[in-house]
Structures are given as C-alpha cells and as structure tokens.
Ligand binder design. Structure first.
Ligand code: ADP
Ligand code: MG
Length: 355
C-alpha cells in the first residue's frame, strides 16, 4: 500500500491556545479522504499545515514518503482549493488555469494542450475563452479544481469548496466531485462541516472535534459503529439517552434512563462505568410492534410533527409524560400515512440497534 500523505502527531499552538492537538493519519493513494467536524475544530489549520502556509508547532508531515516540514507551499506537491475558490475575475478560463503552469515556465504550446486536456477531464471542453463572470457556480467550482489539477499534485486539498453554493447545486456538485475524483484518480483531502457531504463522497472520513480526531473510518462504519458519543451525535440523526447501568450480561446490559425507563442495549465492551450514553437511529424503530416479539424494547410516544423532505418522512415525537424528543423514520410505503400529530404510538426496537 502506498500512502500519499502521512501526518504524524501534528500540533499547532496559537499562543496559549492549541488549535490542533496531536493529529495522526495516513491517506492511501487515490482515495477520497474527508475531515469532518464543526466550525472552529481546527480543520483549516490542519490543512494549511499540510499545504505549507502554516508550520506545525510539533509533529511531521510526509507527502509521498518525503518529509515536507519547513518547505514553502510552492515546493510541496500539493494544491489547495480555497473556500472562496479565489479565481482571478479579470482573467478568462484559460488564463486562470494556465497561471500556475506559467509560473513554472512551462512552454506555451504545452500549456495550451494541458489546459485543453484538463477542461475535457472536468467536463467543460472548449471553455478556454469564457470570462469567469459568464460561468455558473458549479462551473466556477470545476474551473477552480481544474486550475489545481493541471499542476498534477500528489494530493489535492479542498477546504469546504461547496460552502458558497446553494443547496441544490451543492447536492449536484457532491456527486460530480466524487465522479471527478474517481476519474482523475488524484488523492483528495476534503474538509467539510457537512456530514452528508462527507458520507456521500468519501472512502474514509476522520471526525474531528476540538483539535483532535475522534474516529477515522469508512462512512458506513462511522454510521453503524460510532466509537464515541460525539461521532454518534455528529454523523447522521440519532436519539441519545443518558442512562445508568442496572446489570449486564455478555454483550448486553440492562440500563435505566433518567425518566425511569429500562431498556436492553448491546454493549461493545464490558461497561466499567455506572453511567452510559446509548443511541438509537431513527430508522431502527419499529412502529406498532407485534406483541408476540418479546425481546424488543418498547416505548409509547406522542407525535408532535411530521417532517417531510421530499423523499422521506420523519416523525418528531415526544415520550409520554416527559420532554424527551425522539426522531423516528417512517418506512417509505404508505402503511403509516394515517399517523397524524397528537397520536400516541408505540415504538419497538431491538437491543442490538442500541449503540
Ligand atoms: P475550522 O476550519 O475547523 O472552522 P480553524 O482551523 O479555522 O477551524 O480554527 C480553529 C481554531 O483556531 C479556532 O478557534 C480559530 O479561532 C483558531 N485560529 C485559527 N487561526 C488562528 C490564528 N492565526 N491565530 C489565532 N487563532 C487562530
Ligand atoms: Mg475552516
């Protein structure tokens, strides 16, 4: 296995404040790797250290096996696509893309050919003479990426490049970016605070919180097997409970929530602590469970509202006689269309669907 990027115990301090607190990870060649975390957790700081705009306080960064600490940005085989794209508005598409090549003193005829090739690869053939102001948001996006890719970086770094786009275009660009990355085969390190972007596009996702990585995993594993409460809450909708451990057996425990409900939950390890947090995904609930299934956890809830997003419906419910809110995914058939706000329904779920 070949690693394009190898970050070892990187720390960044700004005075007394530590923005990045010892982060280590490796990115295999050709992978789409995302760093997902809330605003202010240190994502941009980490990326700027990889790009060479900031030096780490401690730790090492290797790109294709070479230590790059101390090298200026233009001596590192990486390129950074900025949040605001930073295209030159006075130059046309060709001049924008050619900019870095000219600085490298690439001959003119070669530049022309490279620009033509990269425009084809990003799906905008023949766009050479267009002005930046003539382009749509999505096209600007692709030109900004083309301008970096034409320099053939070992790793392309992208700092929330879809942030400025409206929702519909963002949805579209997510798919296009992933397609583009697969086609060109360049290693991408992509920063976002949007979990749906990270899950859709990435081969691996690092979830970052307060300067640290909480978990690095495939999107599927992050969703199914979150290793920390932060990851469980940050990745996808989730229903969390704080509970006390009443008793435990191999792989399961009986817990009691602060509202006094007792549930059976699956446990990954022996619970050493008296207290735990457990999570149930909205789609894990069975609505109106058959009374013959006896190992289910059961709970009565009142429907507050029905949230419909075009493809899916979710029920926002509240546990009877408490303030505890629970989000329940409605199966896509019409079986539960009769449910309306104010109804009391029973939910069931299997202990193995409690994380
Ligand atoms: P993110 O990109 O995840 O939103 P940043 O990496 O931009 O987060 O910032 C992480 C933290 O470091 C923030 O609290 C920010 O205020 C702080 N920070 C970033 N750059 C500097 C700087 N040059 N000087 C002091 N603090 C900074
Ligand atoms: Mg940022």
């Amino acid at each position: 296995m070949r690693f394009d990027l190898d970050v070892r115990s990187v720390v960044k301090k700004f005075g007394d404040f530590t923005a990045v607190k010892g982060v280590s990870f490796k990115v295999e060649q050709g992978k789409f790797f995302s760093i997902l975390g809330p605003s202010g957790c240190g994502k941009t700081t980490l990326l700027r250290m990889i790009a060479g705009f900031l030096e780490p306080t401690s730790g090492e960064i290797y790109i294709r096996g070479n230590l790059v600490n101390g090298l200026p940005p233009n001596k590192r085989p990486v390129n950074l696509v900025f949040q605001n794209l930073a295209l030159f508005p006075m130059m046309n598409v060709e001049e924008n893309i050619a900019f870095g090549l000219r600085r490298r003193k690439v001959p003119n005829n070669e530049i022309k050919k490279k620009v033509k090739d990269i425009l084809e690869r990003v799906g905008l053939p023949g766009f050479e003479k267009k002005a930046i102001s003539q382009l749509s948001g999505g096209q600007k996006q692709r030109i900004a990426i083309a301008r970096c890719l034409v320099l053939e970086p070992s790793v392309l770094l992208l700092d929330e490049p879809l942030g400025a786009l409206d929702l519909k275009l963002r949805e579209q660009m997510k798919v296009e970016l992933k397609k583009l990355q697969t086609e060109v085969g360049t290693t991408f390190v992509y920063i976002t605070h949007d979990q749906s972007e990270a899950l859709v596009m990435s081969d691996y996702v690092a979830v970052m919180n307060a300067g640290k990585f909480e978990q690095v995993d495939t999107p599927q594993n992050l969703y199914k097997y979150p290793q920390t409460a932060f990851v469980a809450q940050f990745v996808g909708d989730n229903n969390g409970w704080e509970a006390e451990v009443v008793s435990q057996d191999k792989g399961t425990a009986l817990v009691q929530t602060s509202e006094g409900y007792q549930f059976h939950v699956k446990t990954l390890d022996h619970l050493n602590k008296k207290n735990c947090i457990f999570f149930v995904r909205p789609e894990a609930f069975i609505i109106k469970p058959d009374n013959k299934i006896d190992d289910l956890n059961r709970l009565k809830v009142r429907v507050k509202t029905i949230l419909f997003d075009g493809a899916n419906s979710r029920l926002l419910t509240v546990v009877e006689n408490s303030e505890k809110e629970i989000i329940v995914a409605l199966p896509q058939n019409k079986q539960f269309d009769y449910i309306k706000p104010g109804d009391v329904i029973e939910l069931g779920w299997h202990p193995e669907n409690c994380i």
